[in-house]
Write a protein that binds this ligand. Structure first.
Ligand code: 13P
Length: 229
């Protein structure tokens, strides 16, 4: 994929987040790995106003968060950068304040394996972190730790993060995570959901690792052709 196509795909994904009801206003942000760098959405820009050249290029792992271009990066650039540094298998990170995921995060409720789709996230539950203020190194540490080797995490009193090899895969998981959260919320409203045994979920995880693999190939590495961040 050419750099401009990556930028256009990111703008389209942002609009899709709004359309799906995963996001509203200026909350939420997403990033894509491009070689040694990441492209991340700008801070405080409503997605209806977002243009491809407003996406911000940064060096993955740069503690100072240096950037260049017309817009400042998302206030959450640090957890995007830290996740991409900690997890070479991840090519895209989606963050949003989707309602049901956020409600569970307000109750500090991790999502257990009450539905087999939890296996799509590579583990037997979706963890929920403690609270830390947005945009802080503390929140980033909690996010990386809560994500662990999986592809989804709830951020206490804040929202969720979903990841994938590609932007398409991360977006798919963001919607699946909100769906799992909604289903778990509704099940708890009328009873005590049955939690599937770890062995049942662990048996499905390899199947999900290959799920959609050919359709969702890793993004092409473009080697920092964006210039200094
Ligand atoms: P940004 O507009 O800076 O990306 O922040 C939105 C948000 O969701 C913070 O957690």
């Amino acid at each position: 994929m050419q750099m401009h196509d990556t930028r256009k795909a990111m703008v389209a994904a942002c609009l899709e987040m709004n359309r799906l009801g995963l996001n509203q206003g200026t909350s939420g942000n997403l990033s894509v790995r491009v070689g040694e760098r990441l492209l991340v959405t700008p801070t405080a820009v409503a997605y209806e106003r977002l243009a491809p050249d407003m996406l911000v290029s940064m060096l993955i792992g740069d503690e100072e968060g240096r950037w260049s271009g017309p817009c400042a990066p998302s206030s959450e650039w640090r957890f995007h950068s830290d996740i991409l540094r900690a997890r070479p298998d991840i090519g895209a990170v989606v963050h949003c304040h989707a309602t049901y995921a956020t409600v569970l995060s307000m109750l500090r409720l991790p999502i257990p394996a009450a539905h087999y789709m939890i296996a799509a996230f590579g583990g037997t539950e979706i963890a929920c972190t403690d609270y830390a203020p947005y945009g802080t190194p503390e929140l980033s540490s909690l996010a990386v730790e809560g994500l662990g080797p999986r592809h989804g995490v709830l951020l206490g009193s804040h929202g969720m993060i979903a990841t994938g090899r590609t932007l398409e895969e991360a977006m798919w998981r963001a919607l699946e995570l909100e769906t799992l959260a909604r289903q778990y919320y509704l099940a708890r409203a009328i009873g005590q959901p049955v939690v599937l045994p770890d062995a049942a979920i662990n048996a499905l995880i390899p199947r999900f690792a290959a799920y959609g693999a050919s359709a969702n190939a890793l993004p092409e590495r473009e080697g920092g052709s964006e210039g200094a961040g």
